[in-house]
Design a protein around this ligand. Structure first.
Ligand code: CP
Length: 315
């Protein structure tokens, strides 16, 4: 099987079968990562060039793509907008064409504008991976989240997943909603009324005004970062009040299933979205999510660069 598109722009656009295939491939990559020798020859000898092009800050996504490229024997390079010719007025398309002309195979882009990766993908030969575009999608984060859920719970179908917090600004929430509903999970969302986008129910989720209702009997409770950088003033009264009504603490988590896991894409505002006890507790999968991010990104680099080749599925 090959992925249908040359690009990974969002989970809205890909099928449940493709998601399953990426998750299965990541299982092999996780096995390699867990071994003494992380290096794999999946891209070695093929002279693949992987470029990260980030117009916004990142620790996890950028570093995990860079490590994934290196573990797989590809050439990896990074351009950050703040130190590139973007500062001299070069457009996104012209920057993309410049990178493409140097023989890149994959361009991984993070951009504050929704749709920027789609525009880039239409104008370059390289595969484009969306590493987060505005308030739209962050598909590789949702894939690593789903991979972690499968590792911990053995399945996605029938899982009850509660996503709590700033749904409005969260590309992580949107990608998880597209992905999880396609894979047969039940998704509950809750947050301050001003941070719940009108009509979100149309995506197949249940909306609750209180966090207590949303997390009742949940298998997975996912906190989201309060995105102060994307917010206009006045969407909620104060950080303290947010934490009081929507923060996840030990008492609230007792409402979820006894074996529920707690997830967060990071970075966490410690003590705001999650209490320290919850963040560092046994139920927290935050560190495993980061590890799984490398496996998912290795899988995607492998699958996108082998499209159209006669290679068979790895197992
Ligand atoms: N979760 C996530 O995208 O983290 P970074 O901003 O550190 O990449």
């Amino acid at each position: 099987m090959n992925l249908k598109s040359k690009d990974l722009l969002g989970l809205r656009d890909i099928s449940a079968e493709e998601i399953e295939y990426i998750l299965n491939t990541a299982k092999t990559m996780k096995y390699i990562l867990s071994s003494n020798n992380k290096k794999t020859a999946h891209l070695q000898g093929k002279s693949k060039s992987i470029i990260t092009l980030f117009y916004e800050n990142s620790t996890r996504t950028r570093l995990s793509f860079e490590l994934a490229s290196k573990y797989m024997g590809a050439n990896a390079a990074n351009i950050s907008a703040s130190s590139s010719s973007v500062q001299k007025g070069e457009t996104l398309i012209d920057t993309g064409r410049t990178i493409d002309s140097m023989g890149s195979d994959v361009i991984i882009i993070r951009h504050p504008m929704s749709g920027a990766p789609h525009l880039l993908a239409q104008n370059v030969k390289s595969s484009v991976i969306n590493a987060g575009d505005g308030m739209n999608e962050h598909p590789t984060q949702a894939l690593l989240d789903m991979f972690t859920m499968v590792e911990k719970k053995g399945r996605l179908k029938g899982l009850k997943v509660a996503i709590i917090g700033d749904i409005l600004h969260s590309r992580v929430a949107r990608s998880n909603i597209w992905g999880l509903t396609k894979m047969g999970a039940e998704v509950n969302v809750s947050g301050p009324a001003t941070l719940i986008p009108p009509g979100i129910e149309k995506l197949g989720v249940n909306v609750f005004s209180t966090v207590q209702e949303a997390i009742l009997d949940a298998d997975v409770v996912m906190g989201l970062r309060i995105q102060l950088e994307r917010q206009k003033k006045g969407l909620f009264p104060s950080i303290r009040e947010y934490s009081r009504f929507f923060g996840l603490d030990e008492k609230r988590l007792k409402l979820a299933r006894e074996d529920a896991i707690v997830m967060h894409p990071g970075p966490v505002n410690r003590g705001v979205e999650l209490s320290s006890a919850v963040m560092d507790g046994d139920e927290s999968t935050i560190d495993e999510q980061v590890t799984n991010g490398v496996a998912i990104r290795m899988a995607l680099l492998y699958l996108l660069t082998r499209r159209g080749s006669a290679n068979e599925v790895i197992d």
